[in-house]
Design a protein around this ligand. Sequence first.
Ligand SMILES: Nc1nc2c(ncn2[C@@H]2O[C@H](COP(=O)(O)OP(=O)(O)OP(=O)(O)O)[C@@H](O)[C@H]2O)c(=O)[nH]1
Ligand SMILES: [Mg+2]
Length: 796
Amino acid sequence: MKIALVGNPNSGKTTLFNSITGSNQYVGNWPGVTVEKKSGKLKTDHSVEIIDLPGIYSLSPYSSEEIITRDYIVEEKPDVVINIIDGTNFERNLYLTSQLSELGVPMVLAINFHDAMIKDRISIDEEKLSKILSYPMIKISALNGENIDKLMDIAISLKGTENKRIHTFNDDIENLIEEISKFIDKEEKLKRYYSIKLIEHDDKIRPKLNLSSEDYKNIEDLISKIEKKYDDDSAALIADSRYNQIEQLVKGSLVYSNNGKSTFSEKIDKFIMNRFLALPIFFIIMFLVYYVSISTVGTRATDFVNDGLFADGFFLFGRGREAYDDASEEFTRADEVVGTFEEYFEKNSLSEANKNNLKLDVNHRDDKGEIEEVKSYSYEDYEKMKEVSEPDPKDYGTFIEGIPIVLSRFLEKINVSEVLRDLVINGIVAGVGAVLGFLPQMFVLFLFLAFLEACGYMARISFIMDKIFRKFGLSGKSFIPMLIGTGCSVPGILASRTIENEKDKRMTIITTSFIPCGAKLPVIALISGAVFGESSWVAISSYILGVLAVVVSGLILKNTRRFKGKVAPYIMELPNYHLPKLTRVIKSAIDRSKAFVVKAATIIMLATILVWAGTSFGFENGSFGEVAMENSILAQFGKVIAFIFKPLGWGHWQGAVATITGLIAKENIVSTFGVVFGGFDEVAENGWQVWENVRNIFTPLAAYSFLIFNLLCIPCFAAVGAIRREMNDLRWTLFAVLYETTFAYLVAFSFYRLGLFFTMGRFDALTVIAIAVVLITALFIAFGGRERKVLKKVEA
Ligand SMILES: Nc1nc2c(ncn2[C@@H]2O[C@H](COP(=O)(O)OP(=O)(O)OP(=O)(O)O)[C@@H](O)[C@H]2O)c(=O)[nH]1
Ligand SMILES: [Mg+2]
């Protein structure tokens, strides 16, 4: 038995679906979240299949995901339809109900958002309404689970029953429907539906009907008669009639609303969507989100994972840390004293008497190796200091050793060969650990994003952005795919389906992956930590860079023949704000983090092993075997291709190899660095080994150029696959990939070259090229489009 969930966008279908099937589909508080048909088994009865569909406002679809829904209901005929109605938007939702009733599928009306209706004081007399509409009806709350079992019982019991349509048009139109039905060769039940679609001039229906052009002409004649009589467009006549009936129904005092007082959402919007405040508020919110997740809370947690869990170890709950640190400090100082004295003894031989008079100045250094204090010590002091032993963390609290230490000891104990030990510790733990280290930061970020999505703010942002995007040839609708893309580009690219206009959609697919996805976050954090002292500006500027890349690409592409034309108008309803349940937000963040961990344990682990093998083995003196990293196969390969990146400032094999492994998954850049720049078990004097080595090889300019290229160049293979799927055309896919990579290269190149010029005054042929690139782009944007317009005028 098949039960389909059908309803307006954002009415809670997927929420219900997840709750009754136990699945985990994406839920968000804006219209157009679900873009694919998803099916699952009812938890309580596995013989019942539930189908979640993209939301639709009517049976006249505009975009590809709406067609999926219509085709499913009309052609695959579920046994029962559950029509989910947003109870806080009752009137508008009934329009679809009116159309669904013509399909001859048994149906139950589930009035969702009951909890919100109570808050908004909207009450519906469902018994009365149900009698008039002749459909069973029940109030539910998909979010809280209210009445869901009852709803499913009703739905299951409806299988095989008859249903009645709820709308009758006036006699003229009814006659017209009757006449047109005669042309249609379909099962009796659907004749009416197809006739109405023909009256509405729904062209997408035509391929489904075997009508001759003569038939069409006759039908058209019949329709124009009516259009003349009423002096109105036929589609409008149909829609008006439905709306009138619905209005009567609602007016018949079946629905009591709060009499037009402004609702909670409207009140908030007066502030948040204010013409002047909207953008600043948006930027402040985004800044706070990234600041908190990357710089404060997130960093603490990430430091713990990197410096504790994946390094020497940590104190349980931090207890004992301070005392241990003091003892360590004391030991270090003593060590410095002993060292200085012993060095002195080596160089000079001393008599007993001289020893007692000896006084030496000792340099005490800080973490960074700089001299902090110079103090003088006597021989007696030296004797005392010799007795100070290195503190054992275990004496100061519950010390839990880091994974590399424990694992290393374990592997040694079970006599694992050295090569294998190296693989585990310096390959897998270093690489996968490098990626997992960023999990806390990502988790905090996911928490915030999940909250913003669920409360309804994300949908508003796309409206706020519409005003800006329009100027650059994109619609605000492109913003939702980009927002989803901050988690992962794959669903982001799929979300571009909701864009009806083909050009706008292609443009969105090409530009969505410019916005840093979750997988790029560790890369950003690594560069920020290693080179820029963990400044949160690196992360924030990465997102700004992403948005700028989108905007500039919009401007460039709009000037090309294929993308010319006006952006389609943006129509999207604003969802009501609601305070999301904390548990849901946490669950959503956990789900996304889980995907991240799974990826780390599979693809990234595999890639890391390959990178480790590639950097451990190679040819030396004509024979193959374990070699120094510099001579390994991967290093050799990297050196061959590194020249490509030389103009960008990082023409060394490590950067080149990391970029290539990043195509499998962007986190691989971090895991690759973890392997090629030394693992986690080595904590260098100033921070962590990998960071120090990255700092040694990348100048700040080169590091940022590396970041630019890797953020903007083609996304991972999975995302390229998604591009291929949504473009549905190989040439367009190639174009997207080529465009993104060229764009990334030119931006990184110009940045690096101009950066060198401005910081160090370096000016050479490459600087000239960089200036030329920037100028040509600017000129193309400014005049590229206009020229052709002028030409057209002349032709005309
Ligand atoms: N307060 C409240 N919120 C709900 C209820 N049901 C769903 N929501 C919220 O409404 C929003 C939309 O839910 P979805 O399940 O994604 O809606 P959908 O119908 O699948 O939307 P599309 O996939 O865009 O068609 C989410 O933020 C849900 O948490 C409910 O009964 N009460
Ligand atoms: Mg959905």
